[in-house]
Ligand binder design. Structure first.
Ligand code: NAG
Ligand code: NAG
Ligand code: NAG
Ligand code: NAG
Ligand code: NAG
Ligand code: NAG
Ligand code: NAG
Ligand code: NAG
Ligand code: NAG
Ligand code: NAG
Ligand code: NAG
Length: 842
């Protein structure tokens, strides 16, 4: 009895120990990362901590671990942590130490990509604080003393925080790697020879911080010793042994070919860039024009739900590659051609042998003979044979379950009596047009916006009055550096109007490289608009509201790209043909909105109006309501269809900029889609002509059951009564397996290493660990067709299928059904049969 108890305690102690303490010695050699003397293949995936909430972290990290990840990598976002120079924020979503500890608690390693330049579509160079821009003499990301001093201070601050908490592997913590700079090699040419000395400085600064684990640079071929590098870096490429062109169906992004010619120095295998993308809350989105969803089509979606079949297929892939670890890290491959477009990459040492068979042909399937055995290789696929004999996985054959997730619409239930006697439940305040704040100022000439607002607000008013002897029809010609603009004449919106408001930006979405680059460069490419206006005799007020929609996040000199109305601004009279250049006149400016100063996020101040009819389709208006949260624990989004553009706050937290009227171009989508063949950005486009985003994630932890406040600032006009909630559920779990699926090694059988092959098996698995399969919606053995949610019986169908599957699956969290005529009978002899199942979990 006593012995058993001690043993239990020991086992418990061992588990805790193993999951929270990490080996101490991380190095690397010419082949791989070496942890405690052993070369490793590690699977790494990216999760950016501020793009979800601390309440979501444990679940997302556990799902990452279940999906086969060993390492969680994240950038560190400087402007999140130091919004004002010397004033730090490490609370809530910015609690980096807590995030690293949460990863450690799950037993995973951390790759801490401090940068501090990140590359993650985050505001202003992916994370630089705007105050840096105002340091005299500063030049970003080059050999510049003021910049280097700040970069060193922040990098050292982060390293010290990690050290104090013993979070480096050298201290028993989870951090096995740190990154300094990021993807500088892509743009360093623009910085001339100073780039070289800057990179040398960055390397020696980083190593001087003495973390006891390796530093890496990414996209930096000439990374100075002892910084490791690789042409193909952890963030963008995948370090794989053979030519490796996956179906983008599964990856949704470009995978880089890795042959021996691109031999990276380390085997750290990113599952993909983003394992969980998440949400750009507040004004954190980089830009211009990136909205709040950073879903990325990642294996774990924006809401923290597993995305199938991608997640499951990657899990199989990670496992298959892990089975090759010994051979992969021991030797270079021998690459031989087995025919046109067919290659074998063989990793063979004394004790281990693994081979990757690749069919690089984008259209034709092939049968190949290797070592006297025959293998079936679908077009554009790789088969993995960890013992050089048995296939454990082919990248084109998906045996993972698929799921259908769906959103359920719920009306926005207003709190009873929350809004006086108004029947709508909404109250509102109009934002004044033009100058309304005491801190406005005047200046001769037009000012650049970023320099003026310091990004404290998206909004900058440019205001001027002119006196005319007589009324006239005119055109107001405005040139601006972007990003967007509303012009008001005598308090009324004159243009450019909802459509032109976006102009010329809709074309950006067509991924026209020249336009994108021009807009991103921000210089020499003024956005020009001509707005027809009616002017009266006497005084006319011209109020121009210029707005930024996320500051530039990428490219050389991103920090100098300006925004706002830099001119010229010219009034051209249509009646007498005269022009009046207003550019060098006396303008009055206001940074931000009156409502922003009043504390819109809390919705508690200001004179909210709720007595008269709710104004809709009105520019510059604040709306507020109290609401009851959707019940249950499913993820929640707000469906902003019906609104124009603005920002929304829930219980004081900004859920970000909304812009459902921003539609994607209507061309470029096709009905048929073939993911095979080389990647192109224009391949398999979806959603043409549709709003780029209608659903805006509200983390559950920001909601309470009742008495929640929603505040909106609407710029261009909308109807808040059309706003609804959407909650996300997984409606069905499906699997469809063919009898002709060749015998293969069961990856998840403990015999996998022994190479014992199994026949075709259908696997069903509930998405959440606390669920069981509650009903079988469809089961057919024979010739079923269709896709998950839409399966149909073929004309050959066993009448036992439903009962067999019900018996084998109901009440279990997962089940396996062998495709065998012994169980199902043979409904059509001589015909290849398959089993298709759709189930619900509860
Ligand atoms: C760490 O590992 C490296 C190479 O594997 C070895 O040379 C070094 O002595 C080890 N350091 C410690 C402190 O064990
Ligand atoms: C694999 O993909 C890369 C990147 O898209 C492409 O450059 C290469 O040509 C492809 N390889 C083959 C064999 O098609
Ligand atoms: C491969 O071989 C199988 C049978 O051995 C055959 O059914 C199939 O058509 C072959 N595929 C190709 C592309 O030759
Ligand atoms: C990009 O768009 C601009 C403006 O519409 C057009 O002039 C240019 O030809 C386009 N470039 C390409 C490569 O399509
Ligand atoms: C944008 O700026 C880069 C340098 O950062 C320059 O190489 C490129 O030519 C510019 N593009 C355009 C369209 O002006
Ligand atoms: C912003 O101001 C700085 C000087 O403080 C100036 O060097 C820079 O050119 C300005 N930026 C823009 C985009 O006008
Ligand atoms: C500009 O206009 C403001 C407000 O009307 C005024 O106070 C200021 O003196 C003017 N400045 C000049 C240089 O005229
Ligand atoms: C909104 O107002 C504009 C003019 O201010 C008008 O053209 C448009 O038709 C209105 N839209 C709706 C839906 O009422
Ligand atoms: C969002 O609301 C619009 C308009 O009510 C509706 O058509 C759409 O289906 C909703 N989207 C979701 C995902 O619920
Ligand atoms: C609702 O929340 C507000 C603060 O947001 C609080 O002042 C008020 O007392 C709450 N009302 C109820 C009924 O809980
Ligand atoms: C069964 O369906 C297939 C096509 O789905 C068709 O070709 C075949 O003729 C059908 N057989 C019978 C017996 O109806």
């Amino acid at each position: 009895m006593k012995v058993a108890k001690i043993l239990l305690v020991l086992i418990w102690f061992f588990c805790i120990y193993v999951s929270t303490s990490f080996s101490a010695n991380v190095t690397y050699d010419h082949r791989a990362l070496v942890i405690d003397g052993k070369r490793r293949v590690l699977v790494s995936g990216s999760i950016h901590y501020p793009r979800s909430t601390p309440e979501m972290w444990p679940d997302i990290i556990q799902k990452s671990k279940d999906g086969g990840l060993d390492v969680i990598e994240t950038y560190v976002f400087w402007n999140l942590h130091e919004p004002v120079q010397g004033q730090y924020n490490f609370e809530g979503r910015a609690d980096l130490v807590k995030f690293v500890k949460t990863v450690a608690a799950a037993g995973l390693y951390v790759h801490l990509r401090i940068g501090p330049y990140a590359c993650a579509e985050w505001n202003y160079g992916s994370g630089f604080p705007l105050w840096l821009h105002f340091i005299p003499g500063i030049q970003f990301r080059t050999d510049n003393k003021p910049f280097e001093a700040e970069m060193q201070r922040f990098t050292a601050k982060i390293v010290d925080m990690m050290k104090q908490e013993n979070l480096y592997a050298s201290q028993g913590g989870p951090i096995i790697l740190s990154q300094v700079e990021n993807e500088y090699g892509n743009i360093d040419a623009a910085y001339g020879s100073a780039a070289k000395s800057y990179i040398k400085w960055a390397a020696s600064m980083a190593t001087s911080l003495d973390t006891g684990v390796p530093w890496v640079m990414c996209q930096q071929e000439d990374a100075p010793d002892p910084i490791t590098s690789g042409r193909s870096c952890f963030c963008c490429g995948t370090l794989l042994p053979a030519r490796w062109n996956f179906s983008e169906l599964l990856y949704g992004f470009k995978l880089f070919k890795i042959g021996k010619e691109l031999m990276p120095q380390l085997f750290l295998l990113p599952a993909r860039k983003q394992y969980h993308g998440g949400t750009n809350f507040g004004r954190s989105a980089g830009g211009p024009f990136i909205s709040t969803s950073y879903d990325y089509d990642a294996p774990i979606d924006e809401y923290g739900t597993i995305r199938q079949p991608k997640w499951g297929h990657l899990k199989d892939l990670h496992k298959a590659i892990k089975l090759c670890e010994e051979a992969l890290t021991a030797t270079d491959p021998t690459i031989t051609s087995l025919g046109p477009n067919i290659e074998a990459a063989v990793y063979k040492t004394g004790s281990a042998c693994a081979v990757f068979l690749a069919n690089n042909d984008g259209t034709s399937d092939a049968n190949v003979t290797f070592n006297g055995n025959s293998y079936d290789l679908p077009a554009w696929s790789v088969s993995i044979l960890p013992d050089c004999r048995n296939v454990v996985l082919n990248t084109a054959k998906i045996s993972s379950v698929s799921t259908i997730s769906s959103f359920t619409t719920e009306s926005l239930k207003e709190e009873i009596g929350s809004s006086d006697d108004s029947c709508s439940g909404w109250s509102w305040i109009s934002e004044p047009v033009g100058i309304s704040k005491a801190d406005s100022f005047s200046k001769i000439g037009l000012v650049e916006q970023v320099n003026t607002t310091g990004d404290r607000s998206d909004y900058l008013w440019y205001s001027i009055s002119i006196d005319l002897d007589a009324g006239t029809q005119a055109v107001l010609h405005i040139e601006s550096l972007g990003h967007a603009l509303h012009a008001f004449i005598n308090g009324k919106l004159a243009g450019p109007g909802k459509e032109a408001f976006l102009s010329p930006y809709p074309t950006l979405l067509k991924l026209n490289a020249t336009l994108l680059e021009n807009a991103a460069n921000g210089t020499g490419n003024n956005v020009k608009v001509d707005i027809p206006v009616t002017l009266v005799a006497g005084k006319n007020t011209i109020d121009l509201l210029s707005l930024t929609v996320g500051l530039k996040n990428y490219g050389a000199f991103f920090d100098t790209a300006g925004a706002g109305i830099t001119g010229p601004v010219i009034l051209k009279s249509l009646t007498d043909g005269n022009s009046l250049d207003l550019s060098s006149q006396n303008w009055t400016y206001q940074i931000g909105l009156k409502g922003e100063d009043l504390g819109p996020s809390s919705g508690s101040s200001g004179q909210w109006n709720s007595q008269s009819t709710l104004p809709t389709n009105q520019t510059l208006i604040w709306y507020k309501t109290n609401f009851v949260a959707p019940s249950g624990s499913d993820p929640v989004a707000i469906n902003m269809t019906g609104m124009g553009k603005g920002e929304a706050w829930v219980n004081g937290q900004s859920i970000g900029r909304y812009w459902p009227t921003y539609a994607s171009p209507s061309d470029g989508c096709t009905d048929s889609c073939n993911y095979r063949g080389a990647y192109q950005a224009s391949k398999c486009l979806k959603n043409c002509g549709k709003p780029s985003q209608t659903l805006y994630h509200v983390p559950r932890s920001w909601l309470q059951p009742e008495n929640n406040t929603l505040v909106l600032f609407e710029e261009i006009g909308g109807n808040p009564e059309q706003i609804t909630f959407a909650t996300k559920q997984i409606a069905s779990v499906c699997s469809h397996v063919s009898e002709s699926h060749p015998p293969h090694v069961d990856l998840w059988n403990s015999d996998a290493e022994s190479g014992r092959t199994v026949g075709p098996v259908l696997l069903l698995e509930c998405p959440y660990p606390n669920q069981v399969i509650s009903s079988i919606k469809f089961a057919s053995f024979g010739t079923p067709h269709g896709t998950c949610g839409n399966f149909k019986h073929g004309n050959c169908s066993s009448n036992k299928a439903l009962s067999v599957v019900q018996k084998g699956c109901i009440g279990s969290s997962s089940c396996r059904i062998e495709l065998s005529i012994n169980t199902f009978g043979d409904p059509c002899e001589g015909i290849a049969k398959s089993l298709a199942v759709e189930a619900s979990c509860a």
